[in-house]
Design a protein around this ligand. Sequence first.
Ligand SMILES: CC(=O)N[C@H]1[C@@H](OP(=O)(O)OP(=O)(O)OC[C@H]2O[C@@H](n3ccc(=O)[nH]c3=O)[C@H](O)[C@@H]2O)O[C@H](CO)[C@@H](O)[C@@H]1O
Ligand SMILES: C=C(OP(=O)(O)O)C(=O)O
Length: 442
Amino acid sequence: MEKIIVRGGNQLNGTVKVEGAKNAVLPVITASILASEGESIITDVPNLADVYTINEVLRNMNANVHFENNTINVDATKPLKTEAPFEYVRKMRASVLVLGPLLARYGHAKVAMPGGCAIGSRPIDLHLKGFEAMGAKVHVGNGFVEVEAEGRLHGAKIYLDMPSVGATENIVMAAALAEGKTIIENCAKEPEIVDLANFLNKMGARVIGAGTETIRIEGVEKLHGTEHGIIPDRVEAGTFMVAAAITGGNVFIENAETEHLRSVISKLQEMDVTVLEEDNGIRVIGPDKLKSTDIKTLPHPGFPTDMQSQMMSLMLSAYGTSVITETVFENRFMHVEEFRRMNAKMKIEGRSVIIEGPSDLQGAEVAASDLRAAAALILAGLRAEGFTRVTELKHLDRGYVDFAGKLAALGADIERVDENGDVVNPFVQVDKQNESIIAELS
Ligand SMILES: CC(=O)N[C@H]1[C@@H](OP(=O)(O)OP(=O)(O)OC[C@H]2O[C@@H](n3ccc(=O)[nH]c3=O)[C@H](O)[C@@H]2O)O[C@H](CO)[C@@H](O)[C@@H]1O
Ligand SMILES: C=C(OP(=O)(O)O)C(=O)O
């Protein structure tokens, strides 16, 4: 089992470059199968396990997918199989994002029903209600969800009970090829939704209003391949902002998009962290003494749940009482117990965590429960006394490209070792093309 071993105490300095966004590239890749003509060329693609998984899902459906040098070419012009088995959905819930495109293009899609995960139960009822409103029939049984439509889907007016990112994406993709106009109200406003809409519009779709709470889609008869560059990963950027702040360092985060990070920047500033908006990135300078603050996670433009655990690391080192309230996922506090193993002083009260800072953090062996928890434990390790060993790195590899290598380049005392204790820095993931990587990652 691989581990990341970090010894706390080093200040981080220098420049780190942010990759393309995981949460933008996954729906863009699934949207590429809407193209019945031409190839899609997707650039600035991060080298992540989740990208390999979604590539495998598409290959399994008979699409040609080639991933090299951060560029993916997808040719989905051959007839596709309309199923995604459990082995993929089990690895990555975002596999459900093939439902909308397949349903719209073929009138059928069957995908293993995603279960909950370490952060919550994560149902897909809003995705399915949207498809039903557009004329599809939904059957759930034997561990699968199957959606079917006779002829083309039709446009509909859909109100989402909550602004679900995945439901908004799936419904927008389905509506792109539906007959007539679809209006989605109370939809998600995340930057990744805007990126998806931009990609779809380059494919010939007519999507307006992405980034606001109402999206209007005028369905078209067919879509074609196109070229598209993925937006920078705001969560990876935010994670390195915390790394700079927690070590009292000075780090330029190249490619970080200020407009996508307003809520994170404002909380860091409340904690006395200096955040400078520079050309093509953000500079973060940590203070001698961090101040406590409170955060509440919310849909965008509120504070992102995907930055909650990293901020928790930072608050552990802040002076005073901080409170984190998680409103997006009902169970995203599994990292709290692991922080306690590092001598953190904190308690869970309902949907909030109360942190009495600063904790005198000590290195320990800790296990990641999800990808952001993995990053957060490593961040705490940068500050803790002695060695922190973080296991369950399969989570980290879903969402961070060579995280240990990037931190080491900034001056952290960190290495990734395999089960024999041999160093595996720099850690490079490999897309094994048509070989299934799924077994290897489990
Ligand atoms: C691949 C990807 O982009 N993942 C992101 C996406 O996940 P994902 O798209 O799964 O998250 P959603 O926005 O859908 O989920 C938000 C909340 O809505 C609930 N819900 C969602 C759909 C539904 O049909 N019914 C329902 O009740 C969920 O259980 C959760 O409590 O947005 C989350 C919220 O910003 C992020 O943390 C994830 O990193
Ligand atoms: C929760 C996350 O991703 P996913 O929705 O893919 O599990 C995340 O990126 O933090």
